[in-house]
Design a binder for this molecule. Structure first.
Ligand SMILES: [Zn+2]
Length: 353
């Protein structure tokens, strides 16, 4: 196949481009390498093999688990320590109160842990080889039993983490570190650490051999990413399309007629027909539907598929999509099992392809 390539600009050297060349059409597409790598991970592959992946029975449990893990240390600490008041430093008293608070914290962590393990058990009923949770060790201060945190560089050593409250009704010092926790500038230590660390609560220097450990679980980070970014739904729909002999690419940028690169969830090609699909896992806005419609026009695709786990925002958007005979609408997809979706993929504009 003699094809001449003429470099118009630097993009030919900077991007990993796939060109689809037909008699009357050329498509330039750029895949997201980072997502491709993420999808190829064995744990993600196991998740994607779950039968009826988009059905609400499975989705609801996954959403719940992702919401409560990793152990919400930030929120627990925020809850326990907002405006925690200390009388003029009396160390013994401070440590005693911190120890008391840590008991609540550990109790809450253990309760969350229990709910997580229960959910994992439920999820395994759908896919017995899916190990969503991984063990993690939290490091605790051996003096006050509160979690140890990493403090980013630039935070001054020994700088007091208390703010003065000069108020007659409140003649105390107010611990202000919870603000740093809320803004996620500091993170709880998971796994081991080197050297020694200062406890941000009681200021003790904690060495590795003295630190207390709390064994917990958290959702595997790759699963979390694939789930929260909605990548799983794109991969699921693409796999159903492949069963119908479509060649698919997921998570890519495609150049439209206008020269604007569009973010596309799935591109499918079969018998010279071009299909683009959009997958939505969360709440929809009207603009999502109209943006998709613009993509269809600009990309000159022959068929388009709009899949949403939830119903469309209003009847007008539904009418807008269903009036276009080249669009297949798959709303409320969490009510469907695989067979149901496969039926939809053989209807309407897809019937004769
Ligand atoms: Zn401490």
């Amino acid at each position: 196949m003699p094809i001449k390539t003429i470099e118009l600009d630097q993009s030919t050297r900077e991007e990993e481009v796939t060109l689809v060349i037909g008699k009357n059409l050329v498509i330039k597409l750029i895949e997201n390498e980072q997502v491709k790598k993420l999808i190829s991970e064995p744990i993600v592959q196991i998740l994607l093999k779950t039968k009826n992946l988009c059905h609400k029975d499975f989705v609801e449990k996954m959403n719940k688990l992702i919401k409560i893990s990793p152990i919400p240390i930030e929120s627990v600490m925020r809850y326990r320590y907002p405006g925690f008041l200390i009388h003029e430093p009396e160390r013994k008293e401070i440590v005693r109160r911190l120890k008391k608070d840590s008991r609540y914290f550990i109790k809450e962590v253990k309760e969350t842990e229990k709910s997580m393990l229960n959910l994992e058990f439920e999820i395994k009923k759908f896919n017995p080889s899916l190990e969503i949770l991984q063990p993690v060790t939290l490091q605790l201060c051996n003096v006050c039993r509160n979690p140890l945190f990493t403090i980013p560089k630039g935070t001054q050593e020994g700088k007091p983490r208390v703010a003065h409250v000069r108020n007659k009704r409140e003649p105390f010092r107010r611990i202000s570190f919870y603000r740093a926790i809320m803004s996620e500038e500091i993170h709880p230590i998971k796994g081991e650490f080197r050297g020694d660390l200062k406890c941000i609560f009681c200021n003790s220097l904690v060495t590795r051999d003295k630190a207390c450990r709390l064994n917990i679980h958290e959702v595997h980070p790759s699963i979390r990413e694939v789930w929260t970014r909605g990548i799983w739904l794109e991969e699921f729909l693409a796999s159903l399309l492949r069963r119908k002999e479509w060649q698919t690419w997921t998570h890519l940028h495609m150049l439209g007629m206008s020269g604007i690169p569009h973010e596309i969830d799935i591109l499918g090609i079969k018998k010279g027909f071009i299909l683009i699909a959009e997958c939505k896992t969360g709440k929809l806005a009207r603009s999502d539907i109209f943006t998709f419609s613009t993509k269809i026009t600009d990309l000159k695709s022959h068929v388009a598929l709009f899949m949403s786990l939830l119903p469309l925002p209003d009847p007008e958007t539904r009418e807008f999509l269903t009036k276009n005979p080249m669009v297949i609408l798959l709303e409320n997809a969490c009510e469907f099992k695989e067979e149901g979706i496969e039926v939809k993929l053989s209807e309407g504009a897809l019937r004769n392809i």
